[in-house]
Structures are given as structure tokens and as C-alpha cells.
Write a protein that binds this ligand. Structure first.
Ligand code: 9WO
Length: 251
């Protein structure tokens, strides 16, 4: 799949694509990231991409014309390659909260155009005319849309085959039922101050371990995110055994 990223700071993307378990997805072009430096689409001698807001006020606004030239260049390349135009995504706190189900859906599409805003914001005429979807990572404000774009690229890349190890199916399963993950432990079995790994994990009884993990998942989710338990129940993703365990929990 292919992501076309419109940004004033393309250099933020390179180290990220060279690092971690998602690197292979980017290097193999399984997730092909094309950067479109917005300044390349400025036309005047000053390479201006922003200007003062009509009506006054602080800060600068991203100009609609360079953004439209960048998008036109992306559309031209898509057309020349015989590819359908991809969706245009903008990151802002006014967007729909990003979710794992949205990430999974995006990972199955041919790609998207990611527009990274800077300054005080983007001229609304670009948003109204071209943006198909606004996504939020939460109720906070950043200085630009690049970090949310990187977050989306990471979330998509880790879903691609071969990116994660054999833990992948497990991780996928625990997310596809929409519950929080169970706790994890590794060596040593016991710390000098006595903090020990739960004995069941050392027992070698795989059914007991699976049940313990499921119960910790249910307990942790019920305490921290009861809304996710309600959603899992409504979607029919809780078994009779799950419900019996939850009914016996002191929350
Ligand atoms: C910011 C904003 C705030 C309130 C309502 C609507 C809004 N739109 C934007 C916007 O388009 N901002 C651009 C991107 C320019 C300024 C920096 N930008 C940004 C994106 N800051 N914070 C985000 C962001 C994106 C996703 N999730 C959390 C924060």
C-alpha cells in the first residue's frame, strides 16, 4: 500500500522508517511512504506556504494553493500509474478518535494521502474541498500533524505480515476482541526484594496459563476501561466463562 504525506518537515519521517520492528514493512515497500515537501509547491520567490489570517489574530495559516498543487501532483502520479485516487486524511483534535478498528480498515485500503498541518491551522477551503476524514489521537494540541501521521503509519505497518514475531497472532487476537492486554513477565523469576512472577506462568500448564491470562485481561479491562467490556459484550465477544468470571469480580 502507499501513503503520500504532505508535510513541511519531511526529515521527521526518515529515522522513523529506519527503526524498529516496522522497518521491514517500510524498506520492503509493503508500506510505501512517499513524502511531498510542501515548500516544493510554493510558487513565489520566498517559497511562502503560510500567511496571516484574515480577520486578524495570532499565528499563521497554511495557504490553500501550495496544498492544492501538492495534492494535484499526487493525483497526477496516481492517475499515471493507473491507481485509484486514495482518501485524504487530516490530523486534528477536531477529528474522529483513531481506533484499532479504523487502523485495521485503513491497512486494507490501497493507501491514503496524509496532510500534516502546521502553524495555527490550514485554510478551511482546502479542508472543505479535499479532506475525506479527520482523525484525532486525543484531546491535546501539538505543533503539527507529523507525529499523528507517524503514529498512523506505525499502527498500520505493524499489522503487515512479517512485521511482528510469532506473538503477532496473540496480539491480534487480544485486540480483535477489543480488550486490554494481560500483564507480561520475564526473567528473573524473583527479584532480590521478593517481587515474584505469578507462579502459574512457570507451571507449564498451557490451559491454566491461557485461562489466567484471559482472566487478567478481563479484570484489568473491567477496572480501567469498563466501556470496552460493555462494547465487547454488545458485540458478542465475551464467552459464558468470561461472563461468569466478570460476575464474580469485586471491582
Ligand atoms: C487544530 C485544531 C484545534 C481545534 C479544532 C480544530 C483544529 N484543527 C487543527 C489543525 O488542523 N491543526 C493543524 C495540525 C495545525 C496546527 C497543528 N496541528 C495539530 C494537530 N495540532 N494537534 C494536532 C493533533 C492531531 C491529532 N490528534 C491530536 C492533536
Amino acid at each position: 500500500m502507499r501513503f503520500d504525506v504532505i508535510t513541511l518537515f519531511p526529515e521527521l519521517f526518515a529515522p522513523f522508517q529506519a527503526t524498529g520492528v516496522t522497518r521491514r514493512a517500510f524498506e520492503s515497500r509493503t508500506v510505501d511512504v512517499r513524502l511531498w515537501p510542501l515548500r516544493d509547491f510554493a510558487e513565489d520567490n520566498y517559497r511562502r506556504v503560510d500567511d496571516r489570517p484574515y480577520g486578524g489574530g495570532p499565528g499563521m495559516v497554511m495557504l490553500v494553493e501550495p496544498l492544492e498543487r501538492a495534492l494535484a501532483a499526487i493525483r497526477a502520479e496516481q492517475a499515471a500509474a493507473g491507481l485509484a485516487p486514495t482518501r485524504v486524511v487530516l490530523f486534528s483534535p477536531a477529528g474522529t478518535p483513531l481506533s484499532q478498528s479504523r487502523v485495521t480498515a485503513l491497512a486494507q485500503q490501497p493507501g491514503a494521502v496524509l496532510v500534516c498541518g502546521r502553524y495555527e491551522g490550514i485554510d478551511q477551503r482546502f479542508v472543505d474541498a479535499h479532506v475525506d476524514e479527520e482523525l484525532s489521537l486525543g484531546d491535546f494540541v501539538l505543533s503539527g500533524g507529523e507525529l499523528p501521521a507517524l503514529a498512523l503509519l506505525d499502527a498500520v505497518a505493524r499489522l503487515k505480515p512479517g512485521v511482528l514475531n510469532d506473538a503477532q497472532s496473540h496480539v491480534q487476537d487480544s485486540f480483535s476482541d477489543g480488550l486490554l492486554d494481560c500483564p507480561h513477565y520475564s526473567r528473573p523469576e524473583q527479584m532480590p526484594d521478593g517481587r515474584a512472577v505469578p507462579p502459574v506462568l512457570l507451571s507449564g500448564h498451557h490451559a491454566d496459563i491461557a485461562r489466567w491470562r484471559r482472566e487478567r485481561q478481563l479484570e484489568f479491562t473491567a477496572r480501567r476501561r469498563p466501556d470496552l467490556i460493555a462494547a465487547a459484550r454488545a458485540a458478542g465477544r465475551l464467552s459464558k466463562a468470561d461472563e461468569r468470571f466478570l460476575a464474580g469480580l469485586q471491582l
